[in-house]
Structures are given as C-alpha cells and as structure tokens.
Ligand binder design. Sequence first.
Ligand SMILES: [Zn+2]
Length: 393
Amino acid sequence: MTEIKINSLKTELRICECCGSDDLELMWSSKSIVVRRLNTWEFPVNISICRNCGFCFSSPSPNNNDLMKYHEDGNVGFKEISLPYSIKERLRLLKKYRVPDGIFVEIGGNDPGEFHQKIKQYFNQLISIEVTKDLKNKSININTLEGLIDVISHYDVLEHVLNVKQFLSICYKALKPGGVMICEVPNLLLYPDNLLLQEFEHVNHFTISSLSLIAEKVGFSLIEFDNVCSRPYGFVAIFKKGGISKAPSKVNVNEFSVAKKSIIGGLKQLNQNDIQITSIRNKIKKLTNNNKKIILWGVTDLLRSLLKDYKISDKVIVVDSDPRTKDHLVLEGIKVSQPKNCIKNFLCADLLVICAPRYAADILTWVKTKTGKIFKDESLNIIGVNSSGKTLR
Ligand SMILES: [Zn+2]
C-alpha cells in the first residue's frame, strides 16, 4: 500500500492587526486534512484572541508562502460549490453606490457571471481580480489602476487574508478619492448559531468594530454597515476613502468578552454537531447491518464529516442534484448519483440523511413529488440543524 504524503503547512506567529499587541490567548487548536488537486495537506487551525482588543484571528497561522502554495493547488471540488449568495442583496447596496460612468472592481469573485451581468447598469466598466493568481506576492494588476476605481468590493475574501492591512491598503490605493469599498465577511457574533468554525481556511474572525478599526488604520472611514447581506452568516461594511474623516473608533471595552463568548459558543455548536454525526453514523451502521437501504443527500462538508474514517456499505448511496459533484467522492470510492436517476432507490430506502440542511424543505418536496414517498421521523435525519430546528449552515 502506498503511503499518502501529507504536506504540512508551516506556521508562524501573527501579531494583532487591530492594535499591534502580541498578547494573545489561544482559544482552539485543530488540524484539517485536505485533499487538493495535486497534494494532500495538513492545515493547522489555531484560533487566538488578542487580550488587548479582542480581535480573533489565527496565530500561529499557516505561513504566507505555504498558504499561497496551498491555494494554488486548487480545489478538488466541494468548496467550489459553496453556499449561493443573494445577488439581490448585493444589488440593493450597489444601486446606492452606483457610478454609471465609473469602474467597479471585484476581488475574489466567486462565480461572478450573473452578478456582474446585473450590475452593468450601475457601472461603465467591471473588472474581476482573482485573489490567488493576481494578488500573489503583493504585485497585482490592480496596481496599474491606482486612483482610478470608483467602487471596489470583496465578498467573503478578507477572512482568508493573512495580512489584512496590506490587502486593504491595496484597495485604498486603487480607489479614487472618495471611492467606496464594500466588504462582506462572516460575523463572529453569529458563530454561536452556526458551524462557521469548521471553515478552517478562515484566518480572521471579524466583528464590525474590529474590522472598522483595522480599516481606519489604513485611512478608510466606515460609512455604513448592515447585518443583512448576501450570505446569511455575515455582515457588510461600506468604507470611504478620504472625505470627512471621522474620529477613529476606539477599542470597544466589551470586545474581548463578547468575542470570546462568540468563539466559545461556536465551539459548542461544533461539539454538538459532532455528537449528532456520531449518532447518525451509528444508526446507519445498525440499519445497513440489517440490510436496510440508505440515501445520503448533498455532497457537503457535513457529509464529509459523516464519512470521515468510516467506510460506507453498498447499502448506502450518495446523491446530489448538482451534476458537478459526480466525482467529488472518488477518493472515498463513492460515486455520486443524480437523485432523478435514483427513483427506485428512494422507493426502497429506509432512511434519508440530508447533509445540505438549508435545502432540506426543497429536497423533501422534491422526493414527495417525484417518488410519492414521505421521509419523516425515524426515516429522516437532517445534519446541521440544532435541537430547536435552527439551520446551522
Ligand atoms: Zn489587538
């Protein structure tokens, strides 16, 4: 048997980008093994909180060079199909900040096709910049656009960036005086209600106050923020270059305790989710031992947690309505089928496990309509929903 070589990302200490302190408290450490296109990686996770200001970020974090190599290695699959974002919410804000003869830049656009199509009416020119390719080694194409951009946006990017101030400075330079930056990131305060701490690639965990403090250091001033944004777990903050500069925000005295509580709440959710997954795994084992048939729906990280260190029997099939997931479980020796090709399997299945909780209602409606079968109570499990029925992902 050939042994799989695992590349460990080397780590380095980071200081707090919000206040410059190195007085950190390590809140949580773990490691994730990730199979990428070329290599298998061991990704270190060390979530620390700054004792001085309460900003949460990874330290020791993967070092920048290794992180670049990791991102360049490309995804095998499932991350590319992330939670869809609401174009409507993005348009709501962009309409307000439109510049019909101006230039709009999006950094790190995840499948921007339809989104950019729709904002053509608000800007004269749209430019997409990829983070891994174009932001590499600080020298990015965006430098050639210095002082020319009207609106620059990055949605769910900044939580992946090791040097936040440097990234924001690049945005600042690219903007015209008075230009606007739209920044959407996951909201640390919502961690107790979701499984975002599972997102091991996130190296920063922002609240509106930590983000605006860092952005102000670069010269931005916060002009607006909203907890309603294009993804259910984030917030969006709008910053302006120049203009009337507000007095810099002070460190919120409660930030440390609020941030710490949010991390602890998030860890509690992870723990409860692990307990749920273990019990579902045991249920599946018991049923398959009795020749019962099982369907797992949704190639998500929740499914991956379920399948971790666990070989599924041939009584179990995996389906996903997205045909791109067909080969995403090749390494696990599993073929992913389309639900529409598995009508017979649904009819004789004893258990349906939904691993895409946000789509649970749609999935159940589809199953009922297409097969006439209703999965409920003992014949249904939905992963990623807490005891009060709230969707965690
Ligand atoms: Zn700090």
